[in-house]
Ligand binder design. Structure first.
Ligand code: NDP
Length: 265
């Protein structure tokens, strides 16, 4: 019987996950089906229950349900625990296992696809929302020289800084600092808003990573003007999907052809 998987979100029509997982399944010969399911804002848990009752084996979870998925899980992986959010659920005999593959996806895209070395480098994370929180532990596991979290609302950055024992503050705290890897985990690009970044935060040879994909953002323009190499978040999307695929199926797909196909549109 074909195993059933799906991504749950609201909205969900734009999701590239069904296409990505269909390509992974085809490539690895896995007998599975992957759908996109729109859950109502107050109907996530009921949607998941229906899906499990219908034989669903696993689910991805996207905006705005990652925190609710965290609460719904009956067991959590350490990286989901650290993230405080779940993007990957596995269903097995009444148990709901919550995982978070976003950080692993980011690290793999930066290290394997972009060839950047995180170990020993100075890392700046912009933003202190769910995406920022989810990537801090996987980044720390790569043993960077230092991690600093900067956020518009400085108290939120300070909170993450305390939780993960890293540096943190408002954007004004960036004066006089330079970083080898700058990750934009804010949603400012969605509103075409620029961030108040001194050009000097981008050290020579810096990789500037925009988690958003599908559009050029003011952050990308700022980083490029400062001489940084710029990456968008499409690779992270494909890599977090590959990590979820591995969690479910025990098989690691080759992401390069899938990423290339998505870039073609
Ligand atoms: P949240 O809503 O949890 O957090 C948003 C963050 O952006 C906050 O830190 C907020 O600051 C900051 N922010 C929003 N607008 C501005 C602005 N105009 N200027 C400065 N800071 C701003 O969102 P998420 O953390 O869930 O997601 C962040 C981004 O990451 C999204 O754009 C999302 O699409 C992307 N993402 C990409 C993934 C991928 O696979 N490529 C995976 C996950 C996320 P404040 O606290 O002050 O409000």
């Amino acid at each position: 019987m074909t195993d059933r998987y799906a991504v749950f979100g609201n909205p969900i029509g734009h999701s590239k996950s069904p296409r990505i997982h269909a390509l992974f399944a085809q490539q690895t010969g896995q007998d599975m089906d992957y759908a996109a399911i729109l859950a109502s804002v107050d109907g996530f848990a009921a949607s998941i229950r229906d899906f499990v009752a219908g034989g669903g084996r696993g689910a991805n979870v996207t905006v705005p349900f990652k925190e609710e998925a965290f609460r719904l899980a009956t067991e959590l992986t350490p990286r989901a625990q650290a993230a405080g959010a779940v993007n990957t659920l596995s269903f097995d005999s009444g148990r709901i296992r919550g995982d978070n593959t976003d950080g692993a996806g980011l690290v793999r895209d930066i290290a394997a696809n972009r060839g950047a070395t995180i170990a020993g480098s100075r890392v700046l994370i912009l933003g202190a929302g769910g995406a920022a929180r989810g990537v801090i532990l996987p980044l720390l596991e790569q043993q960077p020289a230092a991690v600093f979290v900067a956020n518009r609302t400085a108290e939120k950055a300070a909170g993450l800084a305390t939780t993960f024992a890293v540096g943190g503050g408002g954007f004004d705290a960036l004066a006089g600092r330079a970083f080898d890897l700058v990750i934009n985990a804010t949603s400012a690009g969605l509103a075409d808003a620029a961030l108040p970044l001194p050009a000097a935060v981008f050290a020579p040879g810096c990789l500037a990573y925009e988690m958003l994909y599908g559009r050029d953002t003011p952050f990308m323009a700022q980083a490029s003007a400062a001489g940084a190499t710029v990456a968008d978040g499409l690779g992270m999307l494909v890599e977090q999907a590959a990590e979820a695929f591995f969690v479910w199926r025990g098989v690691r797909p080759d992401t390069a052809p899938v990423l290339a196909e998505l870039r073609q549109g």
